[in-house]
Design a protein around this ligand. Structure first.
Ligand code: GMT
Length: 373
């Protein structure tokens, strides 16, 4: 197949999922054309089967903001013609599904271009649900030829907000070969020079991720048992989290390393992942940690309970319940055997349900059904 994929290139889990999907499809013999405003960060290597088409946006004094939606639609339409695309698969409904529908309509009647939209999270729960975007988001979803969501929770949320439930749940996936715990002695020494158990948080530090809660949890853990915390990523809440760590007098036990390309190394150096998010339609960070044998202490929110089994592969608590989260984390810190057993179960659970070999064929099967319709 010749598949067009659109993602947000530099920010967020939907871009990671769309990019990894493209690479997996290419590895299975398909040709994937990424159509995006910049080279997606996960696309480190382009090839005959993985191509990139940059959306160019003309600026003009009348435009206060550049019309990304229209420029993207134009590029989609051009690439569909020039590369003979079989379908367009867009990740994150806003505005990607609208651009794809415009492109599809512009090519009628001489070319068919089915549009598949994958819903990821705040495109439904936050941005899409806002009155300023709701009607047009609903239009984009309803007019798509096929819609998938990355969790059952998100399918349900879409049904409630948009009264639309023709949605195939195809969960996020993980490659067990790329995501595998390995020895990183140098990094481990850097992050925990005294060899103490290492807690980790990995996110884009948006308010919805509640990174300040990680610092609160750490302060409570330290009252019971020594440990260290590594905060990986960057975003608007990083300053607040660092400030809180200083206020609580635990800054020396926390290291903020900013954005890192080698997440598997950081997870391999870590013992527990903290994911205290306010909203999480899936929790890709949890899945990545689990594949690296890292148990997850998370909030019981959105799709997270589909990924993390409370008491088996991690612990779940109400959003903001830093007391309970710190008690769970402290228990894992204090008992290495318990932690390792839970980590091993986490990997087994991740790969038995979400490995690429299970999930990528589900996408291919869905494409084939849409093309045959
Ligand atoms: O919905 C968002 O906030 C953006 C999106 C993204 O691009 O990061 O995140 C969502 O998609 C991820 C990949 O499918 C999921 O793992 C995240 O749980 C989800 N984020 C939220 O629901 C907050």
């Amino acid at each position: 197949m010749n598949i067009g994929i659109t993602v947000y290139p530099t920010y967020g889990g939907s871009g990671i999922v769309g990019s990894e999907l493209g690479k997996e499809l290419a590895a299975r013999g398909h040709t994937v054309h990424f159509i995006a405003s910049a080279l997606p960060t996960r696309l480190t290597r382009l090839s005959e089967r993985v191509r990139f088409h940059e959306v160019e946006m003309m600026s003009y004094p009348l435009f206060e903001h550049q019309p990304y939606t229209l420029a993207l639609a134009t590029k989609m339409s051009e690439v569909a013609e020039s590369e003979n695309l079989d379908l367009l698969h867009v990740h994150y409904a806003i505005p990607h599904s609208i651009s794809a529908i415009l492109a599809r309509e512009s090519l009628k009647p001489h070319r068919r271009l089915p549009v598949i939209t994958t819903l990821h999270g705040t495109d439904i729960t936050l941005v899409g649900a806002d009155r300023s975007y709701l009607p047009i988001t609903r239009y984009g979803i309803v007019q798509s030829d096929g819609v998938t969501s990355i969790s059952h929770y998100l399918k349900q949320a879409t049904s409630e907000t948009f009264q639309f439930d023709q949605i195939e749940v195809i969960p996020n996936f993980i490659c067990g070969t790329d995501y595998r715990r390995h020895d990183v002695p140098e990094l481990r020494r850097q992050l925990s020079p005294d060899g103490l158990p290492l807690l980790a948080h990995v996110s884009n530090f948006r308010p919805v991720k509640r990174p300040v809660d990680c610092v609160e949890i750490m302060a409570r853990v330290l009252k019971k048992t020594p440990a260290r915390l590594v905060m990986v990523g960057d975003g608007s809440e990083r300053q607040n989290a660092e400030h809180r760590a200083r206020c609580l007098g635990i800054h020396d036990s926390c290291v903020f390393v900013g954005k890192q390309p080698n997440i598997v190394d950081y997870l391999s150096a870590s013992d527990i992942l903290l994911l205290p998010s306010e909203q999480e339609s899936f929790g890709l960070a949890a899945l990545e940690a689990m594949a690296c044998e890292v148990p997850v202490v998370a909030s019981r929110v959105g799709g997270v309970p589909e990924v993390v089994t409370d008491g088996e592969t991690g612990f779940l608590s109400a959003v903001g319940d830093v007391e309970k989260m710190s008690a769970d984390a402290a228990r894992l810190v204090a008992d290495e055997t318990f932690r390792r057993e839970m980590g091993a179960r986490a990997r087994e659970s991740a790969l038995s349900r979400y490995s690429t070999d299970l999930i990528i064929p589900q996408y291919l099967n869905f494409y084939e059904r849409i093309l045959a319709a």
